[in-house]
Design a protein around this ligand. Structure first.
Ligand code: C2E
Ligand code: CA
Ligand code: CA
Ligand code: CA
Length: 274
């Protein structure tokens, strides 16, 4: 953000106004996506670090502007969370994803599916009932569902959250910690809560290069995961060198542009080169 003090108050108010207009525009696009049922779901493959086989896909939300351009979640998720529109948007995502699981199984693909759930969604008392109802309605096996949450959820001291996590786990649903290591949180939740997977944030993976194939933070996270019997998924893998280094370091699965960008469901394949 530019410092307003030496720019004159005129600049400042203009900037404020254009930000306000952008947010209002975004809000109306979100509302429209909800009423039109037009939330778009892209999928990014997550591959086995050894075989390159498709293990899972991460579902990633997009909305469109008036011209049909896709808008990045970094631009709309914060607004969707502040306005709580993330709840109906997230519900639509889940319905879309569950429909897609049927299409894939008809095509002989059976990926697990990772669904991003923001804290706002997870703490909502309707979240678990909605999910269970959708599982029933769309006849989805809970075993293929992985919910990605961030560490910020672990510090929410709401009684029903722990209970909900155990309920979901008991059904066979997996919970993974997204952006692991970036949340500045105490790690004790790893032994208290039913977590199965940590996702190594792309900021750590970016440290690996052709010359630098070792990184103390990544190897520590992978060892921690191994010692706690957790799977590890490295995200943001952009180069073959990074893929090879992560495989060497013992990461369970890999995800990133090196394999594929997030794509339409029809472009998901069952094997990727590693
Ligand atoms: P995230 O959950 O950490 O998702 C991974 C992001 O990294 C995605 O950005 C993905 O496109 C991007 N990415 C994947 N591989 C690479 C790579 O090799 N290099 C780089 N530089 N980036 C890579 P995207 O799709 O823009 O999503 C951004 C964030 O928005 C997500 O971060 C997630 O926090 C949020 N988000 C996306 N979809 C949903 C959703 O359905 N619900 C909720 N609550 N949040 C979502
Ligand atoms: Ca994620
Ligand atoms: Ca992430
Ligand atoms: Ca993120």
């Amino acid at each position: 953000k530019q410092n307003a003090s030496n720019q004159g108050c005129c600049f400042y108010s203009q900037e404020m106004e254009s930000e306000y207009i952008l947010r209002k525009h975004c809000y109306s696009l979100l509302k429209k996506a909800i009423t039109d049922n037009s939330v778009i779901t892209l999928y990014q493959p997550i591959v086995d670090a050894h075989s390159g086989q498709l293990k899972a896909v991460e579902a990633l939300m997009r909305i469109q502007d008036e011209d049909g351009q896709l808008i990045s979640p970094d631009n709309f998720i914060p607004i969707a969370e502040e306005t709580r529109l993330i709840i109906p948007l997230g519900e639509q995502m889940i319905q879309r994803i569950f429909e897609q699981l049927h299409h894939w199984s008809q095509d002989g693909l059976a990926p697990r599916v990772c669904i991003n759930i923001s804290v706002i969604q997870f703490v909502d008392p309707n979240f678990v009932p909605f999910l269970l109802n959708a599982i029933e309605q769309y006849q989805v096996s809970p075993n293929v569902i992985e919910l990605e949450v961030t560490e910020s959820l672990m510090i929410e001291n709401i009684d029903h959250i722990q209970q909900d996590m155990h309920t979901l786990r008991a059904l066979g649903i997996t919970i993974s910690i997204d952006d692991f290591g970036t949340g500045f949180s105490c790690l004790s939740y790893l032994k208290d809560l039913p977590i199965d997977v940590v996702k190594i944030d792309k900021s750590f993976v970016a440290q690996l290069s052709a010359i630098n194939t070792q990184d103390i933070l990544i190897s520590t996270i992978i060892s921690l995961a191994q010692n706690m019997n957790l799977a590890s998924i490295a995200e943001g893998v952009e180069t073959i060198e990074q893929a090879k280094a992560l495989k060497q370091l013992g990461a369970t699965c890999l995800q990133g542009y090196y394999f594929s960008r997030p794509v339409a469901a029809s472009e998901i394949k069952d094997n990727y080169n590693i």
